[in-house]
Design a protein around this ligand. Structure first.
Ligand code: BTN
Length: 244
């Protein structure tokens, strides 16, 4: 049956709220839960994520679980879907994905994505800085849609959301039916990925790090980083773009 769209005036974490609801009621795949005021948002590496009332948008979507071999593509599909939705709202096209799924305008982050595996599927959360002012940005390397040139108006959130939901449904549908290769997902992610060709520093979960040049996205969604001692493929860890 058709996906539901649940809009809340306020939520703690949309990821937690959607996961909790999915655990107690049968929600159709691609059901989305959205708020413009998230009070306890979570980011990667136990960081928080701020969505001040009316200035950001927090979106969580219940995605069907793909076969184990394709599961690593879901976060990249989410990042690409948001990149495309953001790009359609800006007067220029300098919108790219920092592997695996941060959406950047130029060098500045406008959206972060965080997934959560549940028994009902993958709850994929995206937080977008919609109309944060410069003095509200959490870090100097962030930006918002409006600061980046999007026309502000009452329909900005709706256009962002509609573009994102249509695209993520299309991309994940293709992934489930045909896989990342045949559906063109790997090609599309590769084309949108601003990390490729860059010098990067990879900070691994254990605390170690290494440097190299990002050269490809492998068939298993890993980032291939060329180092002096050979190619490494990265599945987890934070990738930092080193300025050229
Ligand atoms: C990051 O650290 O870059 C990821 C941030 C992810 C934030 C989103 S907002 C919607 C969803 N709900 C959460 O609590 N987190 C994610």
């Amino acid at each position: 049956c058709a996906p539901e769209l649940i809009v809340l005036d306020e939520a703690g974490s949309t990821n937690d709220e959607l996961a909790d609801r999915a655990a107690v009621e049968a929600l159709p795949p691609y059901t989305a839960l959205v708020t413009a005021h998230q009070t306890a948002g979570r980011g990667r590496r136990d960081r928080g994520w701020s969505t001040p009332a009316g200035r950001g948008l927090a979106i969580s979507v219940l995605l069907p679980s793909p076969p184990p071999g394709e599961a690593a593509w879901l976060p990249l599909a989410a990042g690409l879907a948001m990149r495309d939705s953001v790009a359609a709202l800006l007067p220029h096209s300098d919108v790219n994905v920092k592997w695996p799924n941060d959406v950047l305008v130029g060098e500045r982050k406008v959206c972060g994505v965080l997934g959560r595996l549940t028994a009902q599927g993958v709850v994929m959360g995206a937080g977008v800085n919609v109309r944060l002012r410069a003095d509200e940005l959490p870090v100097p390397t962030a930006t918002s849609l409006v600061l980046a040139g999007a026309a502000d108006g009452p329909d900005l959130d709706d256009r962002l959301l509609a573009g994102y939901l249509a695209r993520i449904t299309e991309l994940v549908g293709g992934l489930l039916e045909r896989g990342a290769e045949a559906s063109g997902l790997r090609l599309a992610v590769t084309a949108a990925c601003g990390t490729l060709g860059r010098e990067v520093r990879v900070e691994l979960p254990g605390g170690s790090e290494f440097r190299g040049r990002a050269v490809a996205i492998a068939p298993d969604a890993r980032l291939v980083v060329r180092t002096a001692s050979g190619d490494e493929s990265v599945a987890a860890g934070d990738v930092v773009h080193v300025r050229p």
